[in-house]
Design a protein around this ligand. Sequence first.
Ligand code: NI
Length: 172
Amino acid sequence: MARLKVYEYPHSVLKKKAEKVACVDDELRRVLDDMLETMYAENGVGLAAPQVGLSQRMVVIDIAHEGEKNNPLYLVNPEIIWRSEETEVCEEGCLSVPDMRAEVERPASVRVKYLDYNGKECEILAEDFLAVAMQHELDHLDGVLYIDRISRLKRQMIVKKLEKNRRLTHQN
Ligand code: NI
């Protein structure tokens, strides 16, 4: 397995709509393994292929808490087939927008159809934090970041802070 480079805002690959995966084979599984390793190494709870520069519709998620057993979910060609009317506000962060967080309002639960690690068709009802993670990661496949779902003012604040942090890192 290998750790992959995580691309950060405003890299253009993050704005692109990702392509459907044609088939789940060993080569693809290798990429999913690398994505998962990268996500764990970066302490993320989710990672979408565009974040590692691959414009393909696949995502890994693991919302297990620290100290708990790993519980990875691999989603290939995921699709939201139902959204609750009820919404929930949750604080989100993103490995592509490092060290920033903001509250985002989304449907409280979603039903998602996808292919798993073995290419088997699956369906899952995601609630609570899993619903947040699913929607956040699936947004990545359509070139949407969580900062696209907050007010312009808050987005500008985050982008400014991000640029400032980068300048500070580059000085050291
Ligand atoms: Ni993200």
